[in-house]
Design a protein around this ligand. Sequence first.
Ligand code: IVH
Length: 673
Amino acid sequence: MNMDTMIKKIFDENDYKTLCNEVWRHNKLYYIDHTPEISDQEFDLLLKQLENIEKDHPDWVSSDSPSQRVGEMLTEGFKSVTHKTPMLSLANSYSKEEVEDFIKRVQKILDSEDLVFSCELKMDGIAVSVCYENGRFIRGVTRGDGRKGDDITSNIKTIASLPLKLTGSNFPDYLEVRGEAFMPHRVFQDLNDERENLGEDLWANPRNAAAGSLKLLNPIEVAKRGLAVYFYGIAAESSGEISHQSEIHDYLSAFGLPTLPHHAKCCSIEEIWKFVEKIQNLRPELPYDIDGIVIKLDNLRDQKKVGFTAKSPRWAIAYKFAAEQAVTKIRDITIQVGRTGVMTPVAELEPVLCAGSTISRATLHNEDEIKRKDIRIGDTVVIEKGGDVIPKVVNVNLEKRPSSSKPWFMPDHCPYCSSEVERVPGEVAVRCPNISGCPQQKLRRISYFVAKGAMDIDNLGVKVVEQLVKIGFVTRPSDIYTLNANHLIQLEGFKEKSISNLLSSIEASKNVPLARFIMAIGIKYVGKGTAELLANKAGDIDTLSKLSREELLEIEGVGDKVADAVIEFFKDSNNVEEVQRLLALGVKPQSVEVVDFGEHPFKGKTFVITGTLEEYSRAQAGTLIKERGGKVTGSVSKKTDFLLAGEAAGSKLTKAESLGVKIFTEKEFVELL
Ligand code: IVH
């Protein structure tokens, strides 16, 4: 349903339920999929509307209404931890007037006009809670639903600026600090450049990239994501040393904890607004994303008096910067065809200045999105570039729609090779099925093959690949290894030096690590992380081509989709022939040593894991079992060989006992590893 339709008057309980579902959908898009479709402001509007309806119809409200508990959701694969002090959210405001109202509310509650507020950056990252015992880092947890979060200890530990040991000697025995993990712009840019080279989907913004990274199941991968953290608060029961929010920054940095730069004590809305404007001017130069300013009552004793609502403190408010928007016209809608044939519609815009850069294209994602927003060629549209790298079309101004305009549909034929397009039932993506013949797919596949992160061939950029394909010297990746100086001299701008540089890069790429080779050959759904999992399991390309579906599914992190894609890939004789040709032309993927656990007692055994484990998350324990040849299932049955029971194991333990299944404590399990 479209936003405008949503904001219309709600008539009955069914409309109300539809609105609830819509809010949940956007909540999931933001917190789980990290691909929001609407801005925070639009989301707040939807939520506000929902709350207004609930005020008028309290009988409609159920405990699973989003008004009761929107927010981050828990993620599978992580141990869930209950926060000792709930991690609440902040109420949002979007204007000076709203901030002023907040100040008046607080003044009224405290019956005083003489109040000090502490203003801080609102970091646009992921809220984390980090615990230290006797100065040693012991745990890191996400906000989750505010009461329970995901235990991301191993992941957060990889953040270089996070001290594992506090400095000084005055720290309390137990310290629980609250802050925001984020991805600095520089790291984000590098990561996205690499993704672009590989033809992978780009992260829309650093927040999504940070969220996705912190939820990776493999800490080694997280370490490569260059995350950072700033702390801005202390969980209530571990404070006591300080009396004002403004002291927190110095207090925490004395222990070596990274704290927020830029904060100010303000006594009036004018002073607050000066700070807001100062930061707004500074924002383009900051090396990380912020999405607003947080204004907190400075005196902690007063904060206690003012208290909380169910979801947020009454003593603080977030002033959120509006995403930058601009109005322009859609000149045309064109189609991009990716290396796997997926067709993506793109809005070609009349160039317009927005958030400091000229925007002339915006992604329209897919046909469904165009239908949902009813976007047409010739439409006047609002585009938005928030923290996002890829601008998006927010909505259409229907009043300015030319009378001759017609709804837009995905073409029935590929614009590059005229093949009839393929629609897979249940999938939004439309594909060009002409895998071997479509010139655009070919070009994308070759660019992907040579990119950094895959074969990593220097001096072979998109423009050179385009020429090589156009002349016909390269029609498939392996042709690159047949190129010689006679070919290259025919390319525009190529002279002796550039020829020898490119030929040496091609030669150097032959000794490629196996994982990068697996990436380069372009198996559907196999990105960098999955390629590494496959390389570690198989050890060499020949073994990979022979793994059965069951063997592939034994790899933690490989599901049905990837397993099927690998099988399909090696079933296709064209692919097998291409891999063989690459090897024959001298490409030597470097084998990976596979650890062999031999006849381990877990081999061939079926495990169920239950309860809370001390040392591992359940996903990690699962990986350890699978590495040793075991299998993990979700429920206890006669077929279960072992139950690994952690703390507070419940019905699965009882069932296992009644069926006589062998039960391991975590300690026994670790000994057997
Ligand atoms: S204080 C009980 N201060 O904003 C109040 N939050 O929209 C706790 N955030 O979940 C929050 N910068 O993840 C606070 N300087 C700051 C912040 C900040 C970013 C995030 C935090 C929170 C979210 C609420």
